[in-house]
Write a protein that binds this ligand. Structure first.
Ligand code: ATP
Ligand code: MN
Ligand code: MN
Length: 290
């Protein structure tokens, strides 16, 4: 019989600046689970764990360990050389066990454990260079949306909780990682070709100067993106927040939602801002030329 997750040291302070405790973090994930779980469950999952709080040093963990808890699933996946044991959750109990192990951030693959070699979404991570105005970043997100729409792909937007935004387009499973990645690279290149003064598609810092990096590398096998409603291990306890495109217009920064605002939103939300995404049936286009 699986046991109920326990939480030790609920009074330990995890975010010293925001005075948020481990107990409040568990309460947070419990409160938002209705909105968070659909995009989190049954995907290979990586963690940012901060055993001594965000000021004490955090580490990124992608491999499974039995110590994570009995509600945390294990899946063996091929790696560049050999194979590795990855983790996933399928319910709130799994999340709470990971919180007990001081996990703060949850990052997922763009595929599900049931068919891990077949991505079910494209993620364009828009990373602004310093000095890029928030309005310019919003305009870029909308341009990505509109270009995807020309290719008959509807997309949804998320604040990263850090500096940028993510534009996510679901696809019917079928193409493998190499096909999906090639499409995403070509798509990013086509944006750059149209506006080289505004966008770059290469990760090099120098090329980025004054531009927005259309990071298409999230669409590589094994890459992860922060999942919606995840806290970030950064001062102020910001949250990665999914929005409607209409809501994006009213938001002033990528870290606009902290734990408290996210809780309020979860309580008042009538409908998942991405609800239509979960029902979208659209295929990866053959090419980036409409
Ligand atoms: P921002 O808006 O600030 O760019 P973000 O979520 O888009 O926020 P980062 O927080 O910079 O981006 O994270 C980069 C990505 O790389 C994360 O989504 C995560 O999946 C991955 N990542 C982060 N840390 C590590 C690490 N130590 N090792 C491997 N991958 C990591
Ligand atoms: Mn980013
Ligand atoms: Mn990036």
């Amino acid at each position: 019989m699986a046991t109920t997750p326990r939480l030790t040291s609920p009074d330990r302070v995890v975010y010293p600046d925001a005075e948020i405790t481990k107990g409040e973090i568990a309460d947070y994930y419990r409160a938002v689970s209705r909105w968070m779980l659909p995009d989190l469950v049954r995907r290979p999952l990586s963690l940012v764990r901060c055993p001594d709080g965000i000021a004490g040093g955090c580490f990124f963990q992608k491999h499974h360990a039995d110590s994570l808890g009995e509600h945390v699933g294990e899946i063996t996946l091929r790696e560049v050389s050999g194979q590795g044991d990855y983790l996933y959750v399928q319910d709130l109990d799994g999340v709470l066990e990971l919180v007990q192990m001081n996990s703060l951030e949850f990052h997922v693959w763009g595929s599900r454990i049931d068919d891990v070699e077949k991505p079910d979404r494209l993620v364009f991570d828009l990373d602004p260079d310093e000095g890029i105005e928030w309005n310019a970043l919003k305009a870029a997100a909308r341009e990505v949306r509109d270009r995807l729409a020309e290719l008959r792909l509807r997309s949804w937007v998320r604040l990263s909780g850090g500096k940028g935004v993510h534009v996510v387009a679901p696809i019917r499973t079928g193409p493998d990682w190499s096909e999906v990645k090639a499409f995403c690279e070509a798509f990013a290149d086509s944006l750059v070709a149209r506006a080289p003064q505004r966008y770059v598609a290469t990760a090099s810092k120098a090329a980025r100067e004054g531009r927005i990096f259309i990071d298409w590398l999230r669409n590589s096998r094994g890459a992860t993106s922060v999942t919606s409603w995840s806290l970030r291990a950064r001062p102020g306890a910001p949250v990665a927040m999914p929005l409607t495109w209409e809501e994006l217009g009213r938001v002033r920064q990528a870290g606009a939602f902290d734990l408290h605002k996210a809780l309020r939103r979860a309580r008042n939300l009538k409908r998942d801002p991405w609800h239509a995404m979960h029902r979208a049936r659209q295929s990866l286009p053959a090419d980036v030329v409409p």
